[in-house]
Ligand binder design. Structure first.
Ligand code: ADP
Ligand code: MG
Ligand code: ZN
Length: 193
């Protein structure tokens, strides 16, 4: 590789649940693997919904992945020879992920982060929004609104829980468009307005 090819950058794939973020991450990683470019894919150890050693999409595509507990461990796990670093469920990492991603890009890695840009109440879900400001390429994926078929941009929780993280329990979330999204609807304690 010549000097120009060894320059890194950052790509972010964001959007609600079911919008195809993992699918798109898997597509980009597999594409590099076919070209025999060394890749490593990571996911937060918190997310063991489908498989420990893989990122799996809702449409059952998969790529091998290393579960890591935090961003510092991720950084230590990246090998010198790795050119492309994929990270799924970026919103479940600590805020140190921003610095780690920038450090990797500065070291010549192409870093692709997928994650939710909004939480179930429609609030920015760090560290994804900050990563979007530091990325060369941002892809915002949309799902199909479960109610009306429109542009699904939000993740609607459809079970009663006020926890920030309720891991994708089957039936706990739906993608919704801005017209069908009702963030507070299923909160246990409704805010008195
Ligand atoms: P994400 O990582 O964004 O949660 P995935 O890549 O795991 O999404 O899954 C995307 C796939 O989920 C789609 O290709 C489709 O097969 C399926 N899917 C289920 N519900 C929806 C929906 N409401 N809109 C779009 N795709 C959906
Ligand atoms: Mg996903
Ligand atoms: Zn809708």
């Amino acid at each position: 590789m010549d000097r120009r090819d060894s320059r890194g950058w950052v790509e972010v794939i964001c959007g609600p649940m079911f919008s195809g973020k993992s699918e798109e991450l898997i597509r980009r990683m597999v594409r590099y693997q076919i070209a025999r470019i060394p890749t490593q894919t990571f996911k937060p150890a918190i997310d063991d919904r489908y498989s420990q050693a893989q990122v799996v999409s809702h449409s059952a595509l998969s790529v091998a992945a290393e579960p890591v507990p935090d961003s510092a461990t991720l950084l230590r796990a990246v090998q010198e020879r790795t050119v492309v670093v994929g990270i799924d469920e970026g919103q479940f990492f600590d805020e140190g992920l921003v610095e780690v991603v920038e450090w990797l890009a500065a070291a010549g890695k192409r870093v692709i982060v997928a994650g939710l840009d909004l939480d179930y109440l429609g609030r920015p879900f760090e560290p994804i929004p900050t990563l979007m400001t530091r990325a060369e390429y941002v892809t915002k994926s949309l799902a199909v609104c479960h109610r009306c078929g429109g542009a699904g941009m939000f993740t609607q929780r459809v079970i009663a829980s006020d926890e920030l993280v309720v891991l994708g329990a089957e039936g706990a979330y739906e993608a919704r468009c801005r017209y069908c999204y009702t963030p507070g609807e299923f909160r246990q304690e409704r805010l008195a307005l």
